[in-house]
Design a protein around this ligand. Structure first.
Ligand code: PEP
Ligand code: MG
Length: 596
């Protein structure tokens, strides 16, 4: 029997594609739920997983405490800050961990029940004293207990969704995207979010198609509905009818065939028909992605984001061994290629979220600004990079993020040179060939790029931020996502200025923003003179395929055309025209491959 609905089936909802792809699956509405404790014992084989859930939840709750503590600090609210800091200590108390573990083992219970009982133990102890200052802490303890349990349940909820799940949610954090990815989620539909928000970047890196700004989907969809996420058509189709289902099934099949063709280019060089070489490097955010460097034949790492290292650490502290391990994995996974390690770029919407603290976080305490204010953090990060680099001479580039003036770079350079000297004096093997470069992502730098050239070893253009700062369009704000135009002539002019300075001063220039991974944009960048593009490795074959189908002169023509477009509609028309010709080229290429 037909399901009775108050609304039509096969409703198309517009959204904006943050990560392209097409999937059909089961809609799972994701919200952060209430506490609900199941006291029943569970199978012993599940006990280690319950412990992991506790550890994961503790890390996430710890981050929230940090944020609240920072927020209180910024308002000179020392009472709240002290409470948060004290809670943070309880949270990380080894006795709490030992007790939760013991309860899980002895009673074979779920993490949430063990957390509840462990906190109850502390609460009972405090109640038994007559120390009023301790009694006043009871509500803090309950609060922390509830946050931990909520978190554990959230993880369990995500894990229970199954491999067919397409998450529908109002908003999603980078950490949640990682959890989705680890649980095999097929797609993400979000009512909020920005195209180059870090949640989107991570979804892209993990290969999860994502649509954002799909405002009305949550009002329409029911948990368990069949749903199609069409990232190519920027559509979400809820409860598709038979016709829609079979037409999308055909498209999905075609997509798989296209992937098959892409596999043909993986082992081929990234060069134009006339032999101009474009180096395609990898953007790596997490250790899990390192295997993709070899899989997609990236030529080294053009951007190793280290921001996730702070994800589960204490307030702005860097776990050196974790950082060294991450770098080590990156070198080991990238053959003899260059590894471009970017210094911490937290702040803005990044994993260590300090949004609550500032009115304009993207214009605030972020990247190098934090590093120069917290020298110990900068020194500690530089030291661990240099220690690992010493073991892989000639392969390291260090990239400084969020530079807006030369002074900032010179200060970092001084710290770096001092540190290299100190390490040498201590007898630590040092690579004297490490290159120190900057992200070109703030207009003041692009405008003054020739002034940086004498001091800098390489430029890496961050089009995600360069677009947001040039056009004054918040990269994470869905209300204005249509204004976010990385191919805007103003952005392209800054890119051209950087390339010219690079050529004049013999400084390599790469592009590591999301723009580099869009085949059309990659051609435009190559036409402007960029010879290094860095992107999430999974997208390398698509870009390589495009580069291999053109002569460099033709590519220059494509760039020229877009530079002449002054309006969005002109740019859209230029892109459509290119697409038409490109599809023809692809068809020819495929018939050649089929004939082999
Ligand atoms: C950029 O801004 O383009 C960039 C690569 O850095 P992130 O996205 O990490 O800010
Ligand atoms: Mg940036």
């Amino acid at each position: 029997m037909q399901k009775e609905n108050a609304y039509k089936t096969n409703i198309k909802r517009n959204g904006v594609t943050a990560v392209s792809g097409l999937v059909m699956g089961v809609a799972r509405i994701y919200t952060r739920g209430n506490i609900n404790i199941n006291p029943d014992p569970i199978d012993e084989v599940r006990l280690p997983d319950e412990k992991k859930k506790f550890i994961q939840a503790r890390k996430t709750v710890g981050m929230t405490m940090e944020r609240l503590s920072d927020f209180a600090d910024s308002r000179n609210d020392s009472d709240t800050r002290d409470i948060m800091d004290a809670q943070y200590e309880i949270l990380n108390d080894p006795e709490l961990e030992a007790m939760v573990y013991r309860l899980i083992d002895e009673k074979s219970i779920r993490a949430e029940k063990a957390i509840y009982d462990a906190f109850q133990h502390y609460i009972d102890l405090i109640k038994a004293t007559d120390k009023s200052f301790l009694v006043s802490r009871l509500s803090d303890l309950r609060d922390m207990r509830d946050r931990l349990i909520q978190n554990v349940q959230q993880l369990a909820v995500i894990a229970s969704f199954g491999k067919d799940a397409v998450m529908v949610t109002d908003d999603v954090s980078p950490i949640e995207v990682i959890t989705f990815a680890r649980n095999g989620v097929k797609g993400i539909i979000c009512t909020a979010g920005g195209l180059t928000s870090h949640a989107s970047i991570i979804a892209n890196a993990m290969g999860i198609p994502m649509i954002i700004d799909a405002k009305s989907v949550l009002r329409t969809v029911q948990d368990g509905d069949t749903i199609i996420l069409d990232g190519y058509g920027q559509n979400v189709i809820i409860r598709p009818d038979d016709e829609a289902s079979s037409s999308y099934t055909r498209v999905i099949k075609r997509q798989k065939e296209e992937d098959k063709f892409l596999r043909h280019v993986i082992g081929k060089p990234a060069e134009t028909l006339c032999g101009t070489k474009i180096e395609l490097q990898a953007n790596i955010d997490f250790e899990d992605e390192v295997l993709n460097i070899e899989k997609y034949r990236a030529e080294g790492i053009g951007l190793l984001r280290t921001d996730a290292l702070l994800m589960n650490a204490g307030p702005l502290t860097m776990d050196r061994s974790r950082q060294e391990h991450f770098c080590q994995t990156a070198y080991a996974g990238s053959g003899s290629g260059t590894v471009t390690v970017r210094l911490l770029d937290v702040g803005g919407d990044k994993l260590l979220n300090i949004k609550s603290k500032e009115a304009n976080p993207f214009l605030g305490w972020r990247g190098v600004r934090i590093l120069l204010d917290r020298r110990e953090l900068l020194q500690s990060q530089l030291e661990s990079i240099c220690r690992v680099a010493g073991r892989y001479p000639g392969r390291t580039r260090i990239l400084v993020p969020m530079i807006s003036s030369l002074d900032e770079f010179l200060e970092v350079k001084k710290e770096f040179e001092d540190l290299q000297q100190t390490l040498e004096k201590r007898g630590v093997p040092v690579d004297r060939n490490i290159k120190l470069g900057i992200m070109v992502e703030v207009p003041s730098v692009a405008l003054q790029i020739r002034k940086f050239a004498p001091y800098v070893d390489f430029f890496s253009i961050g089009t995600n931020d360069l677009t947001q700062y040039t056009l004054a369009v918040d990269r994470g704000n869905n209300l204005i996502s249509s204004l976010y135009q990385p191919l805007h002539p103003a952005v392209l002019t800054f890119i051209s200025m950087t390339i010219q300075a690079g050529e004049e001063f013999h400084i390599p220039v790469s592009v590591c923003g999301e723009l580099a991974s869009d085949p059309y944009a990659a051609l435009i960048l190559a036409g402007l003179g960029v010879r290094e593009l860095s992107m999430t490795p999974r997208l390398i074959p698509k870009v390589k395929q495009a580069i291999r189908l053109y002569e460099i002169e033709e590519i220059r023509e494509i760039s020229k055309k877009v530079l002449e477009c002054n309006t969005r509609s002109e740019r859209e028309a230029a892109r459509k025209e290119w697409r038409r010709f490109y599809d023809e080229k692809l068809k020819e290429e495929r018939s050649k491959i089929n004939a082999l």
